[in-house]
Design a protein around this ligand. Structure first.
Ligand code: KG4
Ligand code: ZN
Length: 346
């Protein structure tokens, strides 16, 4: 049977809509918001307004591109949280009205679960491999950094997470310190390609277990630059690629060290001789250095790795639609009185 689901994502500063036929993606349309560039970060009030302006054209385009009629849709899946409340309310309210108008069910999706489930999106009739349960996912975005043990589509356990800044924040704040515009992560990635990752060394956190901390790294970077700028006011300008490569490789080393530890621990936990599959997800999984580090671990350590295509790394509605499809199969529907949540509930 063919089940068509409309997915809607509006948790932060991307308005996105996608149509899926079972787990096969038909369209995925995203409108970004340039309005935040001048402010060095996402301004919640401006984000909600931009979602209001973008949501109808984005949804119309997604349905058009999918080449289906609205009344073929079986359900509407939307991001219920976590995220900015004003932004979430736009997608939630639209989804409710749309479902009511078409008399179809609503499906609530958790944004972080959806990032992980993006690995199950199929792109064409050819079958791309998907991770086998149980697997480990490093979810790294602008708001979250987690190591998650996934036993089933919706049976997920967070086994490690950041105690302060997220990995994406570490990229964005370091970029801001260097005077780069928001979001700085992709820019650091680009500039790092021409730099020496071993030129500068920064403080690494000493946090036990599988948890992360990035706030000390940000401070170490800030103080290092403050001292160097006293000696040479053009220090940042003269060393940008090396600074970007060094800060990027430090962030990646911190992430990879914990991911390696997680694999050692879960192997013990399950007393399996075989390693679980390893995935990355979220905006920072678009980082070329992190992708390469995973490829290296595949060769060196024999990890069976899963790296999402770039369009499913950063925020997108395709992942909401696929998560919606798996909930549809279980008849797990939301209600018209559903309320968005700002904080992580995983
Ligand atoms: O998942 P996402 O699109 O939104 C959230 O749920 O937060 O992640 C956005 C984050 C931002 O911090 C952005 O700088 C970072 O992902 N990011 C990157 C790259 N592309 C996006 N960080 C490093 N390298 C990249 N190529
Ligand atoms: Zn995200």
């Amino acid at each position: 049977m063919k089940t068509f689901i409309l997915g809607i994502e509006s948790s932060c500063d991307d308005t996105s809509a996608a149509v899926i036929c079972n787990d096969m993606i038909l369209s995925n349309v995203t409108a970004g918001q340039d309005v935040h560039k001048n402010f060095g970060g996402v301004v919640p009030e401006l984000a909600s307004r931009a979602h209001q302006q973008n949501i109808i054209p984005v949804i119309e385009t997604a349905i058009q591109k999918a080449n289906i009629r609205k009344n073929q849709l079986s359900a509407v899946a939307f991001t219920r949280g976590p995220g900015l409340l004003g932004s979430l309310l736009v997608g939630t309210s639209f989804a409710k009205a749309f479902a009511l108008g078409l008399n179809i069910p609503l499906i609530e999706v958790d944004h972080l679960q959806a990032h992980i489930l993006s690995h199950f999106i199929r792109n064409s009739e050819s079958t791309n491999p998907v991770p086998r349960f149980p697997f480990i996912c490093l979810t790294v975005s602008g708001g979250h950094t987690q190591i998650v043990l996934i036993r089933d589509y919706f049976d997920m356990e967070v086994i490690g997470q950041t105690i302060d800044d997220a990995a994406g924040e570490a990229f964005d704040k370091s970029a801001k310190i260097m005077g780069l515009p928001y979001p700085g992560g992709p820019l650091i990635d680009k500039l790092a390609a021409g730099g020496d990752p071993r030129r500068f060394a920064f403080a690494r956190p000493n946090i036990p277990g599988l948890d992360f901390s990035f706030s000390g790294l940000k401070t170490s970077f800030l103080y290092f630059l403050r001292d160097e700028l006293k000696r040479d006011p053009a220090f940042i300008e003269n060393n940008k690629p090396d600074l970007c490569a060094s800060i990027q490789s430090t962030i990646i080393d911190i992430l990879m060290a914990k991911l390696t530890l997680a694999l050692e621990q879960t192997r013990l936990l399950h007393s399996r001789s075989q390693l679980p599959d390893v995935a990355i997800a979220g905006g920072v999984s678009a980082n070329s250095g992190l992708r390469q580090a995973l490829e290296d671990a595949k060769v060196r350590l024999g990890w069976n790795i899963f790296i999402p295509p770039l369009q499913y790394s950063t925020d997108n509605a395709a992942m909401i639609a696929v998560a919606g499809y798996f909930k549809f199969l279980k008849s797990e529907f939301g209600s018209q009185s559903s309320v968005p949540y700002a904080r992580n509930v995983l």
